[in-house]
Design a protein around this ligand. Structure first.
Ligand code: ADP
Ligand code: MG
Length: 143
């Protein structure tokens, strides 16, 4: 599925609608270059889960947990992971196979740990279509 947006608000709204429909145990991976809108997307998704708290990039922790919404929201950024064992140390399986919603940035770094059922989301720019244009691609994976 491909969705196109032309403003941060549109990306936020698209992600919010996804969050409103998300069911327990949903795992999303999120890919895209710096400044493409991953944090905007995460904020929209969180709003759709009825989380009022501000969502920041979890740059200094592998996972940021938001518990006060309709469902728990687990926001991962595994960019700084040194060793895959750090995922065991934080008990990642409780998050990936729990009753919350996971959003995983830099998921390609932990490929071997990803659940076989997940939705991969990619956000891309296309400058020929304008500075604020983004193409959001959703791909359901069932390995
Ligand atoms: P990332 O987390 O991927 O590094 P951010 O979400 O922090 O990126 O920043 C995205 C930037 O791009 C913001 O400044 C936002 O206003 C801008 N922007 C412009 N157009 C869009 C769009 N269509 N969707 C999302 N963000 C957009
Ligand atoms: Mg970000």
């Amino acid at each position: 599925m491909v969705y196109e947006t032309n403003s941060p608000e549109e990306t936020f709204t698209f992600a919010r609608q996804l969050g409103e429909q998300a069911r327990p145990g949903t795992v999303y991976t999120l890919t895209g270059d710096l400044g493409v809108g991953k944090t905007v997307f995460a904020q929209g998704l969180a709003r759709g889960l009825e989380i009022e708290e501000a969502i920041n990039s979890p740059t200094f922790t592998i996972v940021q947990v938001y518990d006060e919404g309709r469902l728990p929201f687990y926001h991962f950024d595994v960019y700084r992971i040194g060793d895959i064992e750090e995922m065991d140390e934080i008990g990642y399986e409780d998050y990936f196979y729990g009753d919350g919603v996971c959003l995983i940035e830099w998921a390609e770094l932990i490929k071997e740990l990803l659940p076989k059922t997940r939705t991969e989301i990619a956000i891309e720019k296309d400058l020929q279509k304008g500075f604020d244009y983004r193409r959001i691609t959703l791909h359901e994976v069932m390995e």
